[in-house]
Ligand binder design. Structure first.
Ligand code: SF4
Length: 192
C-alpha cells in the first residue's frame, strides 16, 4: 500500500514528538529509513501561517536552537492539506538567506552604469522624491462633468507597484501610505 504525502509529512513532523503513523497495512520501513536522515530530525516544530497572501496556508516551522532550519506545509490544514505554492515553499528565505541583497543599486539619470548605495541612502532618496512629486503634482480640486469644482485629493504623478516579496502586513502599510498620499495608480503582484 502506498503512503500518501499527508501521511508522510505527518510522520516527518511527528518523529520529534515520537508519534508513529502505524496505520495497519502501511509499510513504514522506507519512510522510517528516510526520516532518520531528514534534516528536521530532532528539530522542534511550531505551527505558523504563511505571511504572503490571504489563502493563509498552514505551515510547520522547524527550529533547532534559535535557528529556523526548515518550513513546510502543515498537513493538518484543512484547505491545503500540507501544500504550499512555490512562494510559500520558499518562506524560510525570510529568515535565512545569505543571498539577500544588503545594498541598493542606483543608476543616476543619464548614467549608463549602476552604482551600489547603502539602503539608508536609498530610503532617504525615495522619501525625498515622493515628497517632491507630491508637492509639485498633488491635485486638490478638479472640475466635474458639470463644470463644478469638487475636491479630489489625487496624486497622478506616482505609480506604486508592490513587490511579491512583501508580506500581508507590509502590503497593508504600503496601501495605507499610498492612499494617504492620494496615489491612485496602486497595483500589487500578490502571488507568485
Ligand atoms: S503565498 Fe502561497 S503558500 Fe503562502 S498563503 Fe498564499 S497560496 Fe499559501
Amino acid at each position: 500500500m502506498s503512503l500518501s504525502r499527508r501521511a508522510f509529512l505527518k510522520f516527518g513532523s511527528a518523529t520529534a514528538a515520537g508519534v508513529a503513523v502505524g496505520a495497519r497495512g502501511i509499510d513504514l520501513a522506507p519512510v522510517e529509513a528516510a526520516a532518520t536522515s531528514l534534516k528536521i530530525r530532532e528539530a522542534k516544530a511550531f505551527h505558523g501561517v504563511c505571511p504572503y497572501c490571504a489563502v493563509g496556508c498552514g505551515q510547520l516551522v522547524y527550529a533547532k536552537g534559535d535557528r529556523i532550519i526548515d518550513i513546510e506545509g502543515d498537513p493538518d490544514t484543512p484547505h491545503t492539506q500540507g501544500r504550499l505554492c512555490p512562494k510559500g515553499a520558499a518562506t524560510i528565505q525570510l529568515s535565512n538567506n545569505p543571498l539577500r541583497p544588503t545594498k541598493a543599486l542606483y543608476r543616476a539619470p543619464g548614467a549608463d552604469a549602476w552604482e551600489e548605495k547603502p539602503l539608508e541612502w536609498m530610503y532617504t532618496e525615495i522619501a525625498k522624491r515622493y515628497y517632491d512629486a507630491r508637492e509639485k503634482h498633488f491635485i486638490e480640486k478638479e472640475k466635474d462633468k458639470d463644470g463644478k469644482l469638487v475636491t479630489v485629493n489625487r496624486l497622478e504623478a506616482i505609480a506604486s507597484l508592490g513587490s511579491a516579496c512583501i508580506d500581508n502586513e507590509e502590503c497593508y502599510l504600503l496601501s495605507k501610505l499610498n492612499r494617504t498620499l492620494g496615489i491612485v495608480y496602486h497595483e500589487h503582484q500578490a502571488r507568485v
